[in-house]
Design a protein around this ligand. Structure first.
Ligand SMILES: Cc1ncc(COP(=O)(O)O)c(C=O)c1O
Length: 464
């Protein structure tokens, strides 16, 4: 592709992108297709001769888009609703154009330094102490795995050298994300050493139950290593009591990791400062701007108060990558399993500057308002039950008529293409989750979706 061909194709692609953003509501959120449909529609051999750019764009438009779930759709309410907003999309194009790799400071100074600056900005919004050092990973799962590597080194120094000692244990909520168990598998602590602590009536990790689990493990000669609290659990967005958990972690000599992958984004709001209570006592905190701060996937931020432990757990700089750098410019590979480093901070930088703090706050606030509004509608309709407190932008509800009716309702909405909802199981019951987080979701979208849910309920269980 010559630069001129690139220019033509890129203009066409950008026109398509802008049109997609404006007409996205016309698309079904979920593709109507069966497994294997796309594979069957594509040739099994790569082409021998190169194809013109028009073919690439046509293939994308005609085959790939219809087979994609529209995560950027304003009525995508499954899992956690997220969005990649235009400034972040613009940055992604420029990142690929530079194709620069921030393995060490010298391999691309801008990658290292912009990461320090953007994560410094975000740290100040979160009112975290200066000593918190931030690094970008691709996903929260990776951030949590790095936190566990540091926790292992903190509790059992020289683990990086000698391997994981026997008997380390990890504590988390029964509603914690599976990435905590995955991390325990990856760092050699083992899944069976992860204790899933029962929760209280508001689905928050029970401090009392945790104390009991730790005491039992100590009595059995095990070594508590890491306590992982969640701010915004995946099922119902509950918030563990980080401050009392921090006191337990300190007393027990454990590393405290806070998984705020989703909920942490709302912690930038001054009125939501309660979400970050106890965070300054944490050893590490993960939050995903790709879940709540309009940054295209992927971008996860890991802060740690103990960068020297993280570095001890991971640094082995080979000679060819050594360079004399001071405090101002760390080599980020020393804090990460990965050597190569995408220029992810550019998209966060674009988003933070394009929206400004005020713009982002207004959007996040509106999402919380829409979720609270939906919770009121659910509570006012006698056919429905609200299944968890609504403190963030996730609403969990079910039909009182039973699990099968709730499942059918969700499937009917999803099959219609109007919206995409997901489900969880809370206290043994099938529960529909409706998450709000897209930059284009409006109050009108919410009214329309709730009207459709009510219509469907009417068909399934009769009038309210
Ligand atoms: C609370 C929580 N932590 C971690 C994760 C994992 O995120 P990622 O996909 O970035 O690994 C999720 C995913 O939804 C989550 O809800």
């Amino acid at each position: 592709m010559t630069p001129e061909e690139f220019r033509r194709a890129a203009h066409e692609a950008v026109d398509w992108m802008a049109a997609y953003m404006t007409r996205i509501r016309e698309l079904p959120v979920l593709p109507a297709m069966e497994p294997g449909d796309l594979v069957r529609a594509l040739p099994s051999e790569a082409p021998l001769e190169g194809e013109p750019a028009e073919n690439l764009l046509a293939g994308f438009r005609d085959l790939i888009v219809p087979a994609s779930t529209q995560w950027n759709h304003p009525r995508f309410h499954a899992y956690f609703s997220v969005s990649g907003a235009p400034p972040g999309i613009l940055a992604e194009m420029l990142i690929a154009t530079l194709n620069t790799n921030g393995m060490v400071w010298k391999s691309s100074p801008a990658v290292t330094e912009l990461e320090l600056v953007t994560l410094g900005w975000l740290r100040r919004w979160l009112e975290l102490p200066e000593e918190f050092f931030g690094i970008i990973h691709d996903t929260a799962s990776m951030s949590t795995m790095h936190a566990l590597l540091a926790a292992r080194e903190y509790v059992a120094p020289l683990s990086a050298e000698r391997g994981t000692p026997e008997g380390l244990t990890v504590y988390t909520s029964e509603h914690a994300h599976s990435s905590v168990e995955k991390a325990a598998i990856a760092v050699g602590i083992g899944r069976k050493q992860v204790r899933k602590t029962p929760v209280d009536a508001a689905f928050r990790m029970s401090v009392e139950a945790l104390e009991g689990l730790i005491a039992a493990d100590r009595a059995a000669g095990l070594r508590p290593c890491c306590l992982c609290a969640t701010v915004g659990t995946t099922s119902m967005a509950s918030v563990d009591p980080v401050a009392p958990l921090a006191a337990i972690a300190r007393r027990e000599g454990m590393w405290l990791h806070v998984d705020a992958a989703y909920g942490g984004n709302y912690a930038v709001l001054p009125e939501m400062a309660w979400l970050r209570e106890g965070w300054s006592e944490a050893d590490s905190i993960v939050l995903n701007p790709h879940k709540g701060l309009l940054t295209p996937i992927d971008l996860s931020v890991l802060y740690t108060r103990r960068p020297e432990v993280m570095r001890g757990a991971l640094s082995l700089s080979p000679e060819y990558l050594r360079s004399a750098t001071g405090q101002e410019a760390p080599n980020l590979m020393d804090y990460s399993v990965a050597l190569g480093r995408r220029f992810r901070s550019l998209k966060l930088w674009f988003v933070l500057r394009s929206y400004g703090r005020a713009g982002l706050e207004a959007l996040l606030r509106e999402q919380l308002r829409m979720a609270a509004g939906l919770a009121e509608w659910v509570s006012a309709d006698s056919r429905f039950a609200l299944c968890a407190p609504v403190e963030l932008s996730l609403v969990c509800f079910r039909l009182r008529a039973g699990d099968e009716a709730s499942r059918q309702l969700m499937e009917a909405i999803n099959a219609s293409g109007h919206a995409f909802l997901s489900h969880t199981v809370i206290e043994g019951r099938f529960v529909i989750r409706l998450a709000i987080g897209n930059y284009q979701t409006t109050a009108e979208d919410m009214r329309e979706t709730w009207a459709r849910i009510q219509d469907e309920a009417g068909r399934l269980v009769g009038p309210a």
